[in-house]
Design a protein around this ligand. Structure first.
Ligand SMILES: Nc1ncnc2c1ncn2[C@@H]1O[C@H](COP(=O)(O)OP(=O)(O)OP(=O)(O)O)[C@@H](O)[C@H]1O
Length: 695
C-alpha cells in the first residue's frame, strides 16, 4: 500500500518536472536563435569557444610535459624545516652553485661559523663580514658527476648558520636523468659534506619545529637528573662556547668559564641555545644535542635557585640515545666524586620547601671503630638491590636504621656520606618542627621518591617523656588574676605535634614500602618508646660513642696528611676540616704517625667526641707537634669549661627557685601552701613534676 502510494507520488512529480524541463530547454533554444543574429553576441561566443580550446591545449601540453619530464627527470623537494634541506643547501654553497646567480641578498654576519660563505669584506677591521645569500627565484643549473641538475628556491627562504634563522621556503631539485639512484647519491653526498665540514647543525626552535626527527627532554631544577646533566654538560665544556651571558658576582651551579671563585661569574643568559655532539661510550654513535639552560631564580626560602631547567633537544628520533645520555651523565656524576648530596628540608608548615646541596664526602673520611661504616654501606646496598626478594618473601621493602649516642660522634656525617655513596637524596624531617603533625608527616613522606634516605633527626625531641633533664623542664609558675597557679610549672621543651601512634603509623604505612631507607638519630635512646625502636621499624641500631684511642689517632692522621699521603687520600669536602696549607717538609708520614700515637696517649679515650677533638686540632692547622705539645693544656681548659658549665647550671637553678618562692609568697596563701614543698624540692633538685601534680 505504502509502496503504491510512493510510486504514484514519484510519477506525478516526474510528469511535472519533465514538462517544466522541456519548456526551459525550448526557451533557451529560442533565446540563442534570436541572439545569434546579433553580430556582437556571435563574436562573444566565438571568443569563449577559442579561449576554451587554447586553455585545454595548454593543460594538455602541461600534462604531456610533466609526463615527459617524469620519464626523463628525477625531481625532489626539500622543505626548510627539515635537516635534508640544510645538507643540500650547504652542499650547493660548497660547490658555489649560487656564484652564477644575478640576484643576492647581502647581510653582515660573523662568517666564522660558515666556512664556505663568500665573504668579501671585513677580515680584521672589527666589522662583520658580508654574506651573500642567494635571493633569486630563477633556477640555477649546474653539472654534478656528469648530470645536469637544476635548483630552484621557489619561495624566499634563508639559512643562516650563524644566527640559526630559517624562514620559510622550499628548494626544488631536478636531475636530468631517469636514474633515481642519482638523487640518492646526491643527497648522500650532501649529507656527508655537511658532516665533514663540521658545520653546527641548525638551531631548533622547539615551539615551531614539528620535525619528527627530534626528541626533546626537560630536566627541571631540583631533580637529581638535572644535576647529572648539568655536571655532564659542564665537564664536556658544552656551555663554554656561549655568546650570550649573564654576568653575576653571586655563586651559582650554572657557572662556566675558568674564572677563580671570587671573581665575576659567566652564566648563560636565559634560553641561549648551545649545540653539542654527544658520542655514546656504549654504542660509539654520535648525536647532536641542542642545550638550553634556564638558570632559575633565587627565592627567600631557598639558598639555591629554583624554577630553572635544562632543555635538551636531540637531533635524533631514537629514544635509546636519550636513555644513553642520561645513563652516561649519571654514571659520570657519581664516578667523578664532584657530585653533591642533595638535602630536602621542610618549611614551618610541614611541606617540602627548600633544597640545599652539600659536597659529597668520601667514605674514608668517616672515622668509626672497626668496620661499622663498611657494614652499613654494604647493608644499605644489599637492601636496595633486593627488592624482588622482599616482594617474594612478602616482607615490606623498607629498612630502618637508628643511630644513637653522644653528640658530635658522627651520626649525621654517616648518613651524609652514605647518601653520597648510594647516590640518594636526603629528605630531612625534624619532629621538633611545630608545623609537622601526624597528617603533614604522612603527606611529607608520601611526597618523597621511592629511593631516597628519609632522615628523622633527634627523634627523642618528639617524645620527651622519661628521664628528661630536670634543668630544662622546670620554670616559674604562671598565676591567674586571683593568684592561683594555672600553669608554667613545667617548661615545655621543643615538643612535637606528631604523636607516637602517628609516627608508628607513618613508619608502617604502605608509602614506606618503596625501597626507602629510614634513618633516625637520637642522643637519648632511653627516652624512646620500645614500640618505636622494635625490629621492623628500626632494624639496625648502631651506638656512637666518644672516640677511642684508635679513632683519636685516625682523626689526627687525617688532619695532617703529608705530601705523599695526600695524593692518595680523598679530597675533603667543604664541611670537612682540611688543613689550610700543606705541612712543612720536615713532617713526613712517619713523624705524623708518631705524633698521632703520642696524641692518642694524652687524650683520654671515651671522653671526647671527634667533633670536639677536631675543634681543637683546627686551632693547630699546620702544626702537629704543637697539637701534641698543647694537648694537656686543652684538656685542662675542657675540664674547666665543664666545671664552669656545671656551676652556671646550678646558679640558674637556684635563681629560678628563688624567684618562684617570691612569686608564690605574693600569691594567695592556699596556693603558696601547695607550692612551698615544690620549691623546696626544686632547691633540693628532686621531684620535678610535684608542682604540676599538686596543681
Ligand atoms: N666519626 C666521625 N668521623 C668523621 N668526622 C666526624 C665523626 N664524628 C664527628 N665528626 C665531625 O664532627 C662534626 C659533627 O658530626 P655529626 O654532626 O655527624 O655528629 P652527630 O653525632 O650527628 O651529632 P649530633 O648528635 O649533635 O647531631 C662533623 O663536621 C664531622 O666532620
Amino acid at each position: 500500500m505504502f509502496e503504491a502510494t510512493s510510486f504514484l507520488l514519484f510519477a506525478a512529480s516526474a510528469l511535472v518536472f519533465s514538462s517544466y524541463g522541456t519548456s526551459l530547454l525550448t526557451s533557451v533554444v529560442s533565446f540563442v536563435k534570436t541572439t545569434s543574429t546579433n553580430p556582437q553576441v556571435a563574436e562573444l561566443f566565438r571568443f569563449i569557444f577559442l579561449g576554451t580550446i587554447v586553455e585545454a591545449g595548454r593543460r594538455l601540453g602541461d600534462t604531456i610535459s610533466r609526463f615527459g619530464t617524469s620519464l626523463f627527470m628525477v625531481k625532489a623537494e626539500f622543505a626548510t624545516n627539515d635537516f635534508a634541506y640544510d645538507w643540500v643547501l650547504h652542499y650547493l654553497e660548497h660547490h658555489r652553485v649560487w656564484n652564477e646567480s644575478r640576484s643576492f641578498k647581502v647581510v653582515g654576519r660573523n662568517a666564522a661559523s660558515r666556512p664556505n660563505a663568500s665573504s668579501a669584506l671585513g677580515k680584521v677591521d672589527g666589522h662583520p663580514d658580508a654574506i651573500y645569500e642567494p635571493s633569486s627565484l630563477t633556477p640555477s643549473i649546474f653539472k654534478w658527476r656528469g648530470y645536469w641538475i637544476s635548483v630552484n628556491k621557489s619561495v624566499a627562504g634563508f639559512s643562516h648558520y650563524d644566527t640559526g634563522e630559517e624562514i620559510g621556503g622550499t628548494l626544488h631539485i631536478s636531475i636530468w636523468s631517469r636514474k633515481r639512484q642519482i638523487l640518492d647519491d646526491f643527497v648522500h653526498a650532501a649529507r656527508r659534506c655537511y658532516i665533514n665540514s663540521k658545520v653546527l647543525p641548525r638551531k631548533v626552535d622547539r615551539n615551531t619545529e614539528n620535525s619528527g626527527a627530534l626528541i626533546t627532554a626537560v630536566f627541571p631544577q631540583g631533580d637529581s637528573a638535572h644535576d647529572w646533566i648539568l655536571a655532564f654538560l659542564k665537564s664536556a665544556n658544552v656551555l663554554q662556547d656561549n655568546l650570550d651571558y649573564t654576568i653575576s658576582t653571586k655563586q651559582s651551579d650554572l657557572i662556566w668559564g675558568n674564572g677563580p671563585k671570587d671573581t665575576v661569574r659567566y652564566m648563560p643568559a636565559h634560553d641561549t641555545k648551545q649545540r653539542y655532539l654527544f658520542t655514546s661510550e656504549n654504542t660509539g654513535r654520535s648525536t647532536w644535542l641542542q642545550v638550553v639552560v634556564t638558570p632559575g631564580e633565587t627565592r627567600w626560602n631557598s639558598s639555591n635557585p629554583v624554577g630553572g631547567s635544562v632543555n635538551i633537544t636531540l637531533y635524533s628520533s631514537d629514544k635509546t640515545v636519550l636513555a644513553d645520555l642520561i645513563d652516561t651523565a649519571r654514571e659520570k656524576y657519581l664516578e667523578n666524586g664532584v657530585s653533591n648530596v642533595t638535602v630536602h628540608l621542610t618549611d614551618n608548615r610541614g611541606a617540602w620547601a627548600k633544597t640545599i646541596t652539600k659536597s659529597r664526602r668520601a667514605l674514608s673520611t668517616l672515622i668509626l671503630p672497626t668496620d661499622i661504616k663498611e657494614t652499613i654501606v654494604a647493608d644499605a646496598k644489599q637492601f636496595l638491590e633486593s627488592e624482588e626478594w622482599y616482594t617474594e618473601a612478602g616482607i615490606p621493602h623498607r629498612r630502618g636504621y637508628l643511630l644513637y649516642g653522644e653528640p658530635g660522634t658522627g651520626k649525621s656525617t654517616t648518613i651524609h656520606i652514605l647518601a653520597g655513596e648510594l647516590g640518594l637524596e636526603i629528605y630531612f624531617i625534624s619532629l621538633a618542627n611545630p608545623g609537622i603533625d601526624d597528617y603533614s608527616l604522612g603527606k611529607l613522606i608520601s611526597d618523597t621518591p621511592s629511593r631516597c634516605i628519609l632522615l628523622i633527626e633527634d627523634i627523642d625531641c618528639a617524645f620527651p617523656s622519661r628521664g628528661e633533664d630536670e634543668e630544662d623542664v622546670q620554670a616559674e609558675p604562671i598565676l591567674d588574676k586571683s593568684g592561683k597557679v594555672i600553669g608554667g610549672t613545667t617548661q615545655t621543651p621543643p615538643r612535637s605535634a606528631v604523636t607516637l601512634s602517628g609516627l608508628l603509623n607513618v613508619l608502617d604505612s604502605v608509602s614506606s614500602e618503596e625501597g626507602r631507607l629510614t634513618f633516625a638519630t637520637t642522643n637519648h635512646i632511653e627516652n624512646l618508646d620500645s614500640a618505636l625502636i622494635r625490629a621492623g621499624r628500626f632494624d639496625v641500631k648502631i651506638e656512637y660513642k666518644f672516640a677511642d684511642a684508635v679513632q683519636i689517632e685516625q682523626v689526627f692522621k687525617r688532619f695532617y696528611p703529608t705530601a705523599t699521603s695526600s695524593k692518595s687520600s680523598p679530597s675533603f669536602s667543604a664541611d670537612d676540616t682540611p688543613p689550610a696549607a700543606s705541612l712543612p717538609p720536615r713532617y713526613t708520614q712517619n713523624t705524623v704517625n708518631q705524633y698521632a700515637v703520642e696524641f692518642a696517649k694524652i687524650i683520654p679515650a671515651s671522653t671526647y667526641s671527634i667533633a670536639q677533638i677536631q675543634g681543637y686540632l683546627l686551632t693547630k692547622k699546620i702544626n702537629p707537634a704543637g697539637a701534641v705539645k698543647d694537648a694537656e693544656k686543652w684538656l685542662k681548659s675542657q675540664e674547666e669549661e665543664k666545671r664552669a658549665m656545671k656551676e652556671l647550671k646550678q646558679k640558674r637553678k637556684a635563681e629560678r627557685a628563688r624567684r618562684l618562692q617570691l612569686t608564690l609568697a605574693m600569691a594567695k596563701p592556699d596556693t603558696a601552701a601547695v607550692a612551698v614543698p615544690v620549691v623546696k624540692s626544686m632547691v633540693n633538685g628532686n621531684d620535678q613534676s610535684a608542682l604540676g601534680k599538686a596543681s
